[in-house]
Write a protein that binds this ligand. Structure first.
Ligand code: SF4
Ligand code: SF4
Length: 436
């Protein structure tokens, strides 16, 4: 007997898996979805990891073939564990292969299922522990995060970094974050703090700031708020776990719980069809697929489908007469880094807007070989992540781009940090900051 999904193979923990995948061409069982890969190889040249390794095993076709062998019991998840783990951590979940694939086979979703089967923790223990706290005990998480940020402000983190102590106490990841987190102005922090305390009694839009906006990038939050205020009386929900972290790195049951929590919060409002706004393209893509989490839970499925329709992005709030904040004299480009897919509506809208705003000054770096890797990738594939970032940023350098527009706070921190050496004058704008 062959398996049709990892639910059957992982009999200890079947609920860890999705029984049905939502693909661009409709709902498919996991087995069907993998079988749609006809091994044509049209995706190979679009996969950044394949371009670096030039090994068939580390290509979308290779990943799908390995998963097919698992389902057919040709490979054993126990005996081949090491190799499978190596495969599953190499994929950046960028979704470029889906774009190139004639059948739009969702290879990143297959990789996530493989990770769930292997039950591997991809983040360093202390960071993983912190992120679990964020989902389970947000109050403790925020107290610790604020303490960490205060210590950073007074220079303690830098001291730990230079003395090497951070590595000794198992917090090497802190060094990386310390390099990435920008210094925000006191004024912006104060304004954002006030906004976080704002309570609207009859909101007509809910804004859920992403974790990076809430903690490190108040400027994005303030701009999103202004954008939302053009046509709505928004209400802001901070400290709301999104489930994205669990979906990608952790426990799918927890991811379901967190999405349910958000849906329940929306349901307490008088107007249940209220738009739910996010400032991160990754959270947006995750929420849009929320229904696939509840395929075996009919009481939640319908509500999750409706919830997915309510989710909006900054690009949905752009006014007709959107004006750029300042006149740009150097080329403007768009960064396509996103988890799972870059074919979603926000990318199409922002491309059109950038064409209108900047005309020939908007350059589309079509020769790109990679996008920025997702959060956490560099923790398990440090060297590869550096090379993939270089592939992603090189076209900007070649085309003398002066401003790059990003669709998430994480991408903003990544580009701002990496450009320091090669493109120091490059300006990074979050899409919400376009509405000057
Ligand atoms: S994933 Fe798509 S493009 Fe790649 S080998 Fe399979 S069918 Fe072909
Ligand atoms: S999601 Fe990206 S890294 Fe993963 S197989 Fe597809 S193209 Fe390659």
């Amino acid at each position: 007997m062959n398996y049709d999904s990892f639910c059957e193979l992982n009999f200890k923990n079947p609920k860890q898996h999705l029984s049905v995948l939502e693909t661009p061409l409709g709902m498919r069982s996991f087995g069907q979805s993998v079988a749609f890969c006809n091994r044509c190889g049209l995706c190979l040249q679009s996969c950044p990891f394949y371009l670096l390794s030039l090994e068939e095993t580390f290509s979308p076709r290779g990943y799908n073939q390995a998963i097919r062998f698992l389902l057919k019991k040709v490979l054993s998840p126990i005996r081949s564990r090491k190799k499978l783990q190596e495969l599953s951590v190499s994929c950046t979940l960028c979704g470029r292969c889906m774009q190139a694939c004639p059948g739009q086979v969702p290879t990143p979703q297959h990789i996530l299922e493989l990770r769930r089967l292997l039950d591997k923790r991809f983040l360093p223990f202390t960071l993983y522990f912190l992120m679990r706290l964020h989902s389970k005990h947000p109050k403790i998480f925020y107290t610790l995060a604020r303490l960490g940020l205060s210590l950073r402000r007074i220079g303690v983190i830098k001291l730990l970094r230079f003395s090497g102590l951070s590595c000794l106490i198992g917090m090497r990841w802190m060094n990386q974050l310390d390099r990435m987190i920008p210094r925000s102005s006191k004024n912006a922090r104060k304004q954002w703090k006030e906004l976080l305390q704002t309570k609207e009694e009859a909101p007509s839009l809910i804004y859920i700031p992403s974790l990076e906006t809430e903690l490190f990038l108040p400027e994005i939050g303030i701009n999103m708020w202004k954008l939302a205020c053009i046509n709505h009386r928004p209400a802001l929900w901070a400290h709301t776990p999104t489930g994205l972290f669990e979906y990608v790195y952790g426990n799918l049951r927890e991811a379901r719980k967190q999405v349910k929590k958000i849906i329940e919060q929306v349901d307490t409002l008088d107007k249940k069809e209220i738009p739910v706004l996010t400032d991160s393209i990754d959270v947006y893509n995750f929420f849009k697929q929320a229904a696939s989490l509840f395929e075996d839970y009919p009481q939640w499925k319908e509500r999750a489908v409706q919830f997915a329709q309510q989710v909006v992005f900054a690009t949905d709030l752009f006014p007709e007469d959107l004006k750029a904040p300042t006149p740009f004299t150097t080329p403007v480009a768009l960064e396509y880094g996103a988890l799972f897919s870059r074919q979603t509506k926000p990318f199409q809208t922002i491309e059109q807007k950038l064409h209108t705003l900047f005309a020939e000054n908007f350059v589309q770096c079509r020769d790109r070989q990679a996008d920025l890797p997702a959060f956490g990738y560099s923790f398990y594939a440090k060297d590869k992540a550096t090379q993939i970032r270089a592939l992603a940023l090189r076209p900007l350098e070649n085309q003398h781009v002066g401003t790059v527009v990003v669709l998430s706070g994480w991408a903003m921190m990544e580009v701002s940090c990496k450009k320091k050496k090669t493109l120091p004058s490059l300006k990074v704008l979050h899409v919400a900051q376009l509405n000057g």
